[in-house]
Each structure stands twice: as structure tokens, then as C-alpha cells.
Design a protein around this ligand. Structure first.
Ligand SMILES: [Zn+2]
Length: 137
């Protein structure tokens, strides 16, 4: 009998052990897979707010150490790029989890994913607002 992947809904041949998306059909029914899956969701939920937090902390460190230094243009540009990537990762991970089927995500993980979405998205909105303010002013 053909089996449908519970994760990506792809129809797999009966003999398939693993779906293209990585879902393990053998372990998929077992508690072990559920545990590792919920653990990976928990990790991603945590990363969704840790990423913007790291971006903020690095910005504070730079701001505190920046006074009096010269020739930092390239370093600041690189730091800004890394921070942007962290914010995007936080936002994407958070959105991915909050839009996931609620039976797959524990309430605590959903809450921390929401925190990540608000934190990352809010920071990006702030940067955009500052950028626009700088352009106008
Ligand atoms: Zn799949």
C-alpha cells in the first residue's frame, strides 16, 4: 500500500523507508521519532529568539567599544550583515513553528517561537524605521 508522508504529504511507494523530506516511516510511528522531532522543534523555537538576542548583544558590544576607533567601516558592515542574517533566521524559524500544525508543537515551544517572531520582526521594523528616519532627516 502506498504511504503518505505525514510531514510533507508526498505519496511514497510502499517499500519507502524514508521520504524525500527526511521523514522516517519506520521510526515515524514510534515514540523515539516523536521525541526527536519535538526536540528539534524545541531547538528551533529556542533559536528563533536566541538569534535576535545575539544580534542585539553584538550590537551593544560594538556600540560600547566603537568610540574612538577608526577604520571600522568594513568590520561594522560585516557585523551588520551577520546581525541581519541572525534576525532573518530567527524570524523564519519562528514563523515556521507558529504556522506548524499545533498537534506537533508543544505550547511552550510555540510561545518561544512567537517571542522569536516578535523579537526578530520588531528589531527589523526598528532598523527599517531608523533607516527611513535617517534618509528623511
Ligand atoms: Zn515527506
Amino acid at each position: 500500500m502506498e504511504q503518505q508522508c505525514p510531514r510533507c504529504r508526498l505519496i511514497n511507494p510502499p517499500e519507502a523507508v524514508r521520504c524525500d523530506c527526511g521523514w522516517d516511516f519506520l521510526a515515524g510511528n514510534g515514540a523515539a521519532a516523536r521525541f526527536s522531532r519535538s526536540k528539534s522543534i524545541a531547538d528551533q523555537a529556542k533559536a528563533s529568539w536566541v538569534c535576535p538576542l545575539v544580534a542585539w548583544l553584538s550590537q551593544f558590544m560594538i556600540a560600547m567599544n566603537m568610540t574612538g576607533m577608526r577604520g571600522l567601516g568594513l568590520f561594522l558592515l560585516a557585523a551588520a550583515l551577520v546581525q541581519l542574517v541572525l534576525l532573518v533566521v530567527g524570524l523564519v524559524l519562528g514563523i515556521k513553528i507558529v504556522t506548524m500544525d499545533h498537534t506537533l508543537v508543544r505550547p511552550t515551544d510555540r510561545k518561544s517561537a512567537w517571542a522569536g517572531v516578535i523579537f526578530s520582526g520588531g528589531t527589523m521594523a526598528l532598523i527599517l524605521a531608523m533607516f527611513i528616519a535617517a534618509m528623511v532627516g
